[in-house]
Design a protein around this ligand. Structure first.
Ligand SMILES: [Zn+2]
Length: 378
């Protein structure tokens, strides 16, 4: 479980916040610069990289991540560093057992990510080359998703088979237990047999902030239930702490200081295809504090553009409660008449609920009126 806790802490820690509390940082292009805390200097050569959540000093050569920064500046071992960062991020550690940074855990994470990325390539290849993929291609055509956009998001097709992916991987000497751990297979607890989790579905690789594939969302092409199926919780995937499309939206969100949250994969993809690149999807009905934690320092404004149906309305309300937790240092929340909630004392961050005209979902609306989207957010 240590790996999960470390990951949760990592996701909820922003290195700019962390280092910014100790070192005066100034924006320098995409990065930030300051006087190195590790050596004496008069001109800043210490650079913090928000995208990779790392730092490097061009003077003394020190570099690392949030964990190593605290270990070195506070003179703590890894276990105490984890405790400190967990407390700061509001992550509860499961036990008080001493935690080490286990290279085996890093290796396992890397292996599980690699399997998910190989599965994504396999599904993408089938989408465009297999005759059976025509049903998935038809959905994309019907939704107006063009080829460059589909490629950019790595969309794919999981065939209607219990062992297509499993056989493909076994033939490449990939361990069945690893496939299971990566969330690509499901195990029947009665028979002990494993089989492909995603069958006859359009697949959406879900990437972390760094753009690595950590799981999948998959839309049924037939009558399969549920209509949308996600990867299970794994050491690399926790649906409640990830926003779909954040890897592609990150730069734009930071530049525009605003983020639009939609509910579904297709909503986010439609927005990006039309050039609205600050859009991410919550992948479900509720928005959790963890999802927003890693990006909140860059936000002046968050738009919630959720589905128009009742479920969407409910999700909107729950989403607001979650946001309130995320902006936890704000004691005063003010709801104004135009349904806008303003969180005071948070860099002026506002949360706006977008009600789309004609009761449309974001995907439908953007496709029907691509140019009207900015106006709809106002
Ligand atoms: Zn230095």
């Amino acid at each position: 479980m240590a790996g999960v806790a470390i990951e949760a802490v990592r996701e909820r820690t922003d290195i700019v916040d962390l280092i910014g509390a100790k070192v005066r940082l100034r924006q320098a292009g995409r990065n930030l610069k300051g006087l190195c805390p590790f050596h004496e200097e008069k001109t800043p050569s210490f650079v913090v990289y928000p995208e990779s959540q790392s730092y490097h000093c061009f003077g003394c050569g020190k570099s690392g991540d949030a964990f190593s920064f605290i270990m070195d500046t506070e003179n703590l071992d890894f276990s105490d560093t984890l405790k400190l960062l967990a407390a700061r991020a509001g992550v509860e550690l499961e036990s008080q057992r001493p935690q080490r940074r286990d290279p085996e855990i890093d290796r396992e994470r890397a292996r599980l990510i690699e399997l998910n990325e190989r599965a994504a390539s396999y599904f993408t290849n089938l989408l465009w080359t297999s005759p059976a993929g025509s049903s998935a291609r038809a959905v994309l055509e019907q939704r107006g998703v063009d080829r460059p956009t589909a490629d950019r998001f790595g969309l794919g097709f999981a065939p209607d088979s219990f062992d297509a992916l499993k056989s493909h991987f076994l033939a490449r000497e990939i361990d069945e237990q690893d496939m299971l751990a990566a969330g690509l297979l499901t195990k029947n607890e009665n028979t002990g047999r494993t089989y492909d989790r995603f069958r006859n579905r359009l697949t959406f690789p879900i990437r972390n902030r760094d753009g690595r594939v950590v799981g999948f969302g998959a839309r049924a092409l037939g009558d399969e239930k549920p209509k949308y199926l996600n990867s299970p919780q794994t050491p690399i995937f926790d649906k409640r702490s990830i926003l779909y499309g954040l890897d592609k939206a990150y730069d734009t969100i930071r530049r525009e200081r605003s983020m639009v949250i939609v509910e579904g994969y297709m909503d986010a993809i439609a927005a990006h295809q039309c050039g609205y690149e600050n859009v991410v999807a919550s992948m479900g009905t509720a928005i959790t504090p963890n999802q927003v934690a890693s990006i909140r320092r860059y936000l002046d404004r968050v738009y919630l553009a959720l589905d128009s149906d009742t479920a969407g309305q409910m999700a909107t309300l729950r989403g607001i409660d979650s946001m309130r937790e995320s902006f936890v240092d704000d004691s005063r929340v003010e709801v104004s008449a135009n349904r806008m909630i303003r969180f005071e004392r948070t860099l002026g961050a506002e949360i706006r609920i977008v009600v789309l005209p004609e009761g449309k979902d974001p995907d439908e609306f953007i496709r029907a009126h691509p140019d009207a989207w900015p106006e709809a957010l106002k």
